[in-house]
Write a protein that binds this ligand. Structure first.
Ligand code: ZN
Length: 161
């Protein structure tokens, strides 16, 4: 399973709700977690593998692997933090992105069980980043226009090499 990279239109499309959480959904979630291990990522969302469904997985240090299906961000803190972010779909690009420090998210796991999670710090950041993918939004979209243009220009140049 390959990661789709910047420039592919699929990354700009909105993912669809998963109507029924099945064994197949659980299998897809497992494959996505394997990609994280393989590519040393902290999160990956359906659209990044061309699977246009509302699912993402996270796996950060000191936390268990997590599966989020049909997630809703219920709350975002007014407190924000700036931190360096990257994305498996925009390899080699890192930039400081401002996001809420803590959030509350509701979703279903791969067994079809609903859960609500309060997260802060890196986990909150990764969840917001992956949720964006379901909406066709990339982390570079959060940057000021000039900065974004510069970064994309550099990315395209490196890609050609
Ligand atoms: Zn990403």
């Amino acid at each position: 399973m390959d990661i789709i990279t910047f420039g592919d239109e699929l990354l700009r499309q909105k993912a669809q709700k998963i109507e029924k959480i099945s064994a197949e959904t659980a299998e897809t979630a497992n494959k996505m977690l394997e990609i994280l291990v393989r590519d040393k990522g902290v999160g990956v969302a359906g659209p990044q593998i061309g699977y246009m469904k509302r699912i993402f997985v996270t796996c950060i240090a000191d936390d268990m692997p997590r599966v989020f299906i049909n997630p809703s961000i219920l709350e975002t803190s007014h407190n924000t933090v700036k931190f360096e972010e990257g994305c498996l779909s925009v390899p080699g690009v890192y930039a400081q992105v401002t996001r809420s420090e803590s959030i509350k998210v509701q979703a279903w796991n791969e067994k079809g069980r609903p859960f609500t999670l309060e997260a802060s710090g890196l986990l909150a950041r990764v969840i917001l980043h992956e949720y964006d993918h379901l909406e066709g939004v990339l982390f570079v979209d959060h940057l000021p226009e000039k900065k974004r243009e510069k970064i994309i220009e550099k990315y395209e140049k490196n890609k050609k090499k």
